[in-house]
Design a protein around this ligand. Structure first.
Ligand code: ADE
Length: 408
């Protein structure tokens, strides 16, 4: 049997092979050492692609500590391999809540100069228990974490600059849409071994993640219904060809409900009462609060594990199934986003961390967008790596952009 170490090394090698943009960034970091003498604290899903990011920052001179941002998403083989390559990793699959927080503490005890966060737990600790650590700034990976940052900024409590990596085009247009789309299907199929074709799938939320999930589920042959609170997104979903309904109506038809909203209690007792026997519930949002587990528990007469990552709740008159304990299914039962997608997200992370290292003195304590020059650079490198040839404007066309008098 392959040892944990060789398995983890092979996974890191495989990911590295399919992350050409990050490889180019690393080549330059090796020469320029932008993080020389700096400590970088990371709380991300600890799996192979994240490992390649951590190694890239280390190659740029950083001392790196890494914890997970989710108790169930860690790949233990990658943890072993990263430790053997000089990264201090504090994570294991299936952490208790206490262990999860202890590991975040281990990261913060190093006194990071820069943080890379996914979901906002590390950032929150730096504003509570570790509010006296001086820090240059950090990056946030995901929609949920950015929501928390915006609240902190609005309340005037944000004490260091944070970059909203999620808002970069090269992040949300690909990671949230195609990444979540594919990896959510992957997670649900691995957990259930059931068919998507011929089923009714309700997707809660039509943000970039919901759009990706709805698109891929339709591609697998599902009849997809979308639920929304935003009229613009509701219209978008309708014009994209989906039915749009309230959850209370949609759940009556659903074989699967997948949440991707960033909001809590999206599926709760009042909805579950109307569900069909056999409904499968899965969450693709960052936190495990989109499906109310307490309501499920309260309605259930008994509960049993039916497969790895499938819990059966017997409600007396029907059975409901919850996947991956309501935690984001693409990382709990699947393998996270495809490697080529994370190549873009993590190249943005690496280059934005470098930007902080070089420009922190000029930054204020607010939420920043990733500079356009970084977003564009990642796009250029990725297009090149994918063999996409693009046209260029002629000189006359460039002049046309500067003119306002010329019409037809
Ligand atoms: N792999 C590493 N980080 C991830 C993320 N935020 N989403 C999906 N897959 C990932």
């Amino acid at each position: 049997m392959q040892s944990l170490l060789s398995e983890g090394n092979a996974r890191l090698d495989w990911a590295e092979m399919h992350m050409p943009v990050l490889a180019m960034v690393r080549e330059r970091f090796i020469k320029e050492r932008p993080f020389s003498g700096l400590r970088v604290g990371m709380a991300l899903h600890v799996e192979a692609k994240t490992g390649v990011l951590a190694l890239t920052l280390k190659a740029g001179g950083a001392e790196v500590r890494l914890a997970s941002c989710n108790p169930l998403s860690t790949d233990d083989s990658v943890v072993t391999a990263l430790r053997s390559r000089g990264i201090s990793v504090f994570a294991k699959k299936g952490e208790t809540r206490e262990e999860y927080y202890e590991n975040l503490h281990r990261v913060l005890e190093m006194g990071p100069d820069i943080i890379i966060d996914d979901g906002g737990d590390l950032t929150t600790l730096l504003h509570t228990e570790y509010s006296d650590i001086p820090i240059m700034g950090g990056n946030e990976e995901t929609t949920t974490g950015v929501l928390r940052l915006r609240v902190m900024e609005k309340m005037g409590v944000l004490r260091f600059p944070m970059f909203d990596v999620n808002d970069a085009k090269m992040k949300h247009l690909f990671d949230n849409r195609y990444g979540t789309g594919q990896s959510t299907v992957d997670g649900i199929l691995s957990a259930t071994n059931l068919s998507i074709a011929g089923k009714t799938v309700v997707v809660a939320g039509y943000g970039w993640c919901g759009k990706g999930i709805a698109m891929r589920m339709r591609g697998m042959g599902a009849d997809v219904i979308v639920t929304e609170i935003d009229p613009v997104r509701g219209i978008e979903a309708r014009m994209d060809g989906f039915r749009v309904m309230k959850m209370i109506d949609a759940i009556k038809e659903a074989d699967f409900v997948i949440t991707a909203t960033g909001m809590k209690d999206v599926v709760r007792g009042e909805h579950i009462k109307y569900a069909k026997n056999g409904l499968i519930l899965a969450n693709a949002g960052h936190f495990d609060n989109e499906i109310s587990k307490s309501d499920l528990e309260a309605l259930a007469v008994s509960k049993r594990k039916i497969r790895e990552y499938v819990e059966e709740y017997d409600l007396g008159d029907k059975k409901i199934y919850l996947l991956g304990d309501g935690r984001l299914i693409n990382l709990v039962a699947g393998q996270g986003h495809p490697v080529e997608i994370m190549d873009m997200s993590f190249s943005l992370q690496a280059l934005t961390a470098e930007y902080i290292a070089k420009n922190h003195n000029a930054l204020e304590n607010r939420v920043y967008s990733v500079p356009d020059s970084i977003d564009f650079r990642v796009a250029e490198l990725k297009a090149k790596a994918m063999g996409i040839s693009l046209d260029t404007l002629t000189e006359a066309q460039k002049r046309y952009l500067e003119e306002w008098m010329e019409g037809t």
